[in-house]
Design a protein. Structure first.
Length: 199
């Protein structure tokens, strides 16, 4: 009788040990794969870079979540509030302060409107190869956002980009992220809208 009870208990214990060991092994593989994907993404937004070093960021810009330095520039992870929640992005900025690439990593904006920021390459491409303070061009009246402002006279270093249709709030959140990333690299004060050293 004891033998009949002992055998299933031993079998269950051995199976648990095997599953636990497999779990540790798979977790390690998953972590390695996630790290490799992360590096590939950073190399995509900052082409030509190979190695990245995570820098401590203790600045005052609440939009910046982390800073990764490479030999040719930086990849800045940002998080800003959009219409329906936080928008997380990776933005590549070279040492000259030009945006080399950007990708929206996570958002929960309205489907068909703000959620277009994930896939609207024409909108995102407006930021590429530019430096300066980015600003959204707002139509006379945007029925979805209620915005009624017009584009103001832009200074020489202002780059005006067209908003996503019906998603002005989302577009402005992305502009804040990009402005923060450029300001970090150039040493500008994002709060004062400056975009150059000491500006």
């Amino acid at each position: 009788m004891k033998k009949q009870i002992l055998l299933p208990v031993i079998t269950i214990a051995v199976a648990a040990v095997i599953l636990l060991a497999a779990s540790f092994g798979l977790n390690s593989i998953a972590a390695d794969r996630a790290q490799a994907d992360h590096i590939r993404l950073m190399q995509t937004v900052l082409p030509g870079s190979t190695d990245f070093v995570l820098e401590d960021y203790d600045g005052e810009d609440a939009n910046i979540r982390s800073v990764h330095k490479s030999e040719i520039g930086f990849v800045i992870e940002t998080a800003t509030n959009g219409y329906a929640g936080e928008i997380t992005m990776y933005i590549g900025v070279n040492n000259d302060g030009k945006v080399t690439g950007l990708v929206v990593r996570d958002l929960s904006e309205t489907f068909g409107l703000g959620a277009q920021a994930l896939t609207d390459h024409e909108f995102l491409a407006q930021f590429l190869n530019s430096s300066g303070r980015f600003e959204i061009a707002v139509a006379q009246s945007d029925a979805f956002s209620g915005a009624t402002e017009e584009v103001t006279e832009a200074s020489d270093d202002t780059v005006t980009v067209d908003a996503l249709t019906g998603a002005t709030v989302t577009s402005k959140a992305i502009v804040r992220s990009v402005n923060s990333a450029v300001a970090y690299v150039t040493g500008a004060d994002a709060a004062s809208s400056a975009t150059t050293w000491g500006g």
